[in-house]
Design a protein around this ligand. Structure first.
Ligand code: ASP
Length: 313
């Protein structure tokens, strides 16, 4: 679905991943809170960047999504997370890939943007960078406690890795339990920002990095076109450069709805992948589209009630 009228007032959109699973009531409430928080910041004049970070932080901290506190593990039992954030006035961007033990990877990404002069930090140095700025540690999940069975080792692990490489019907299985989070926002100064944060997909080889920390793949923001936050099969999203492909079409004057449909259709046709997108134009028109069964997402521009659903067809 999308908003067709020109309407450049502050607005925030969030998502909690695309896949097959139904959104729970708790997740719906959490997405609603995230919209309310993001919009409250925009309404008091804060930047789109601040609204996107805060909206995503709330989702990361909930433990209800595959990001931050709720991030899933890679096949060696380690949780490595990816996140990125971008603002469209000066095209500033920051991202982290394979970060560990940090509750808010989106804030680590924003610190990369604000403090490092780089765009992307990866692995252990990214974790150290986040710790240097005193970011809160990620709480351990029950399954991660040392008194619980350790992640698969030896033969079992080799079998799991082999299964991942073979992955029959892998795309479907990997997407079933998605819950990556993302947001895009337009602020009162007409600046757009976008971001995403994830624990990745199912059956990931250790070290796998998805689209979420890759500017132009999972996330893009440009005041001359719009803001995009993707979710779904990262490998497909990367191969298509989906977020940048959408931004280019927005810049050429296409509507967010047409842009989302065109690029998602191409993603299916060219890569066989499945994904969903938040697409926000610089004039405030937007689209939420997915080629998965469901996508948990919502939007709010301060009028009426925030809208949150898990189907936008
Ligand atoms: N795009 C994310 C990744 O591939 C997963 C997702 O959005 O569910 O890491």
């Amino acid at each position: 679905m999308g908003r067709g009228t020109r309407h450049a007032r502050p607005i925030v959109l969030v998502h909690g991943g695309a896949g097959a699973r139904k959104m729970t009531d708790e997740q719906a409430l959490c997405l609603t809170h995230s919209l309310v928080l993001g919009y409250a910041l925009l309404a008091r004049g804060d930047s789109a960047l601040a609204a996107v970070e805060a909206a995503i932080q709330l989702l990361e901290g909930s433990g209800l999504f595959n990001a931050g506190l709720g991030a899933r593990t890679q096949l060696d039992g380690v949780r490595r997370m990816d996140a990125s954030i971008m603002e469209g006035r000066r095209l500033r961007a920051g991202a982290v890939a394979g970060i560990e033990g940090i509750r808010h990877p989106i804030t680590a990404a924003r610190l990369v943007l604000e403090k490092s002069g780089h765009v992307l930090l990866a692995g252990e140095p990214a974790t150290r960078f986040a710790r240097h700025f005193g970011l809160a540690p990620q709480a351990r999940r029950v399954a991660d406690r040392s008194d619980r069975p350790r992640p698969a080792r030896g033969v079992t692990r080799t079998r799991q890795l082999f299964r991942a490489l073979q992955a029959p019907r892998g795309a479907v299985r990997r997407l079933r339990a998605c819950g990556t989070v993302g947001a895009v926002a337009l602020d009162a100064r007409s600046t757009i920002a976008a971001g995403a944060s994830t624990g990745g997909i199912g059956l990931m080889l250790p070290g796998r990095v998805g689209d979420s920390p890759l500017i132009g793949a999972g996330v893009y923001a440009d005041n001359e076109s719009g803001g995009i936050s993707m979710t779904g099969m990262g490998e497909s999203v990367i191969r298509l450069g989906a977020a940048k492909a959408m931004a280019e079409r927005l810049a050429a004057g296409r509507s967010p709805d047409v842009v989302a449909r065109t690029v998602l259709r191409a993603l299916v046709a060219r890569t066989g992948g499945r994904a969903g997108a938040l697409v926000l134009g610089r004039d405030g028109r937007f689209a939420i589209r997915h080629v998965t069964t469901r996508m948990a997402a919502g939007y709010w521009d301060g009028e009426g009630e925030p809208v949150v659903r898990d189907k936008f067809l």
